[in-house]
Design a protein around this ligand. Structure first.
Ligand code: N01
Length: 541
């Protein structure tokens, strides 16, 4: 069924089912339709946007600069869209994605408020049978998981959490109406990227804000500002060249070719200070060995800890906010505005859970080993079951009824991050084993979708019906991803990259640290080499 017009039917059979209508799902739909394939997208939200639909907490914005955090596939789109800030707020990114959905007429193939519950492979027909929570059933030759890396919000197993009498919100599943903190005693659990954005804004209106911190994080100032016309023109005047470089490097940061100890202490401090003053993630690229050498990393970490002491008046609070148990950047680096300064406010209290762990959530608040904190509104900024959570929430079964959950019980296994052996024609966008969360996600998504759609097209041209990863190629790729990670400092932190935030989750470093340029080359070579490492089968006659 390759007639483009058929794609708007509610037919029970399509060429491809796409799960999710965020950046990845929208682009996959657009590209499949352009090549004449029919596709149906299922999206749990009431609108497009993925994480940018759900993450509406105060201060939510992207820490990749807005001129780079956008699609590159359409010259007209990138020329016409106007970003208003250096770092786009959630509402603007969501408007952008709505604009994309309208501009490319994508909505007619998307079923909203529909969650995919099961995805089962039928060996006889070589089709995937997909069922939804609305009882809809559809079959497809291809299944594309555009489910996002950070989309399965994680509510911690805190005793008594269900007994809390006040309002509870998770940053990853925020209400669509305004939440008013005025006059309320607010508690927030977590100090990751989401909390770091929310805390300064919540503190401005809450009667009191208590921050429950388990692990302090490194927070680089964003220095967000209105996007000036010069910066916009810099990008728009030569978008093709900028985008092509970004496809090699991920995001347009100023990478250094110097190691930290190639320069003396004064020059090092100047370099850190310059990048700190400019703001944003560029700070971590001050020297090329920050992610590789602990001593180099310590110089950057010391610099940040000194800035925390500058910003926070109470030395005990400054010390409690200072990360000391992981190298800088090995838990996702955070970018914030007035984060450390917020702890100087009289209505903000920091509770270090290392000193007084949470024992329970009570009807009236949070009980630690030291005392009970009275809370009216509890914010869970406790993160996600990252990279695998959204996939494993569905009942995915491949050949011989094997479930993905069984297959990945000791950690995710796949080839190139794209396909997992025994699950033919099921593609994963920006999943484990791919650079995804370590690079600009939009670039990673475009690379994956382009590769997948070209692959589906190639199968059609050759009269093939299925593609599956070979177990040997998969083993080799898993080994390579793991070996590359262990050349860096990343495995030294208890991060969600390793699944360490989910009790019982296998401890495996999930993203590919080799970089998007190198990864793209590997994927392209595999395709050019007759899909080396994959097994292709002829169509059923
Ligand atoms: O989640 P997190 P997030 N008791 O997992 C704590 C992206 N993002 O939503 O570190 C007490 O980082 C947990 O403590 P610990 C970005 O990639 C991007 O903030 O496990 N505390 C941690 O402090 C980011 O990395 C942007 O010890 C508990 C926090 O909750 C990713 O999303 C903005 C706990 C969770 O932090 C996730 O960020 C927002 C418990 N039982 C998000 N369980 C931008 O682009 C968890 N914690 C700017």
């Amino acid at each position: 069924m390759t007639d483009k017009d058929k794609s708007s039917d509610t037919a029970l059979r399509v060429d491809a089912v796409i799960v999710g209508a965020g950046f990845a799902g929208l682009y996959a739909l657009h590209q499949l339709r352009r090549r004449g394939f029919s596709a149906r997208v299922f999206e749990a939200g009431r609108g497009v946007g993925g994480v940018w639909y759900w993450n509406r907490y105060p201060g939510a914005r992207c820490d990749v600069e807005s001129m780079q955090y956008s699609y590159s596939f359409s010259d007209e789109l990138q020329e016409e869209w106007r970003w208003t800030e250096r770092f786009a707020p959630q509402s603007e990114i969501l408007s952008y994605l709505n604009h994309v959905a309208d501009r490319f007429d994508l909505r007619r193939d998307i079923a909203f408020e529909t969650r995919v519950t099961s995805v089962h492979y039928d060996e006889d027909t070589r089709l995937w049978n997909v069922r939804t929570d609305l009882g809809e059933s559809i079959s497809a030759q291809f299944c594309i998981m555009a489910t996002g890396s950070l989309s399965a919000a994680r509510v911690p197993d805190l005793p008594g959490i269900e007994t809390f009498a006040g309002d509870t919100y998770h940053t990853g599943d925020w209400p669509h109406s305004d939440v008013d903190f005025a006059g309320r005693r607010v508690g927030i659990i977590g100090t990751g990227s989401s909390a770091i954005q929310a805390i300064p804004l919540v503190a401005k209106t809450a009667a009191h804000l208590t921050v429950f911190q388990r692990t302090p994080n490194f927070v680089i100032p964003a220095r967000n500002q209105a996007l000036d016309a010069v910066a916009e023109r810099f990008w728009k005047d030569d978008y093709p060249a900028h985008r092509s470089r970004a496809r090699e490097i991920g995001t347009f940061y100023e990478f250094s070719d110097k190691a930290a100890f190639d320069v003396d202490e004064e020059e090092r401090a100047q370099e850190y200070a310059r990048r700190w003053a400019e703001g944003g993630v560029n700070f971590v690229h001050a020297f090329k060995d920050i992610y590789l050498d602990k001593a180099a990393n310590d110089t950057a970490a010391d610099f940040v800890r000194a800035r925390i002491r500058d910003a926070v008046r109470d030395p005990a609070v400054a010390e409690a906010l200072s990360p000391r148990d992981h190298p800088l950047g090995t838990k996702r680096i955070c970018v914030g505005s007035d984060y450390y300064e917020t702890f100087n406010r009289p209505n903000v209290t920091l509770v270090s859970l290392r000193n007084e762990p949470i024992e329970a959530i009570t009807p009236a608040g949070v009980q630690t080993s030291a005392r009970e904190y009275a809370i009216d509104t509890l914010i869970l900024a406790t993160g996600y079951d990252a990279m695998t959570g959204a996939l494993l929430r569905m009942d995915i079964r491949g050949r011989d009824g094997q479930t993905l959950r069984e297959k990945w019980s000791a950690g995710p296994r796949n080839y190139l991050g794209l396909m997992t052996s025994g699950f033919p024609n099921l593609f994963i966008i920006t999943g484990p084993g791919s650079p995804s969360v370590l690079v600009n996600m939009v670039i990673a998504i475009e690379q994956h979708v382009d590769w997948i759609v070209a692959c589906i097209d190639a199968l059609r041209d050759r009269g093939m019906s299925t593609i599956d990863a070979s177990p040997d190629a998969e083993d080799a790729w898993v080994g390579h991803v793991n070996a590359e990670a262990h050349l860096t400092l990343f495995p030294q932190a208890n991060s969600w990259y390793l699944g360490a935030n989910i009790p019982g989750k296998a401890r495996v470093f999930m993203p590919y640290v080799g970089g998007i340029g190198r990864y793209r080359k590997i994927c392209d070579e595999v395709a050019a080499n007759d899909y080396k490492g994959f097994r292709l089968s002829l169509a059923l006659s």
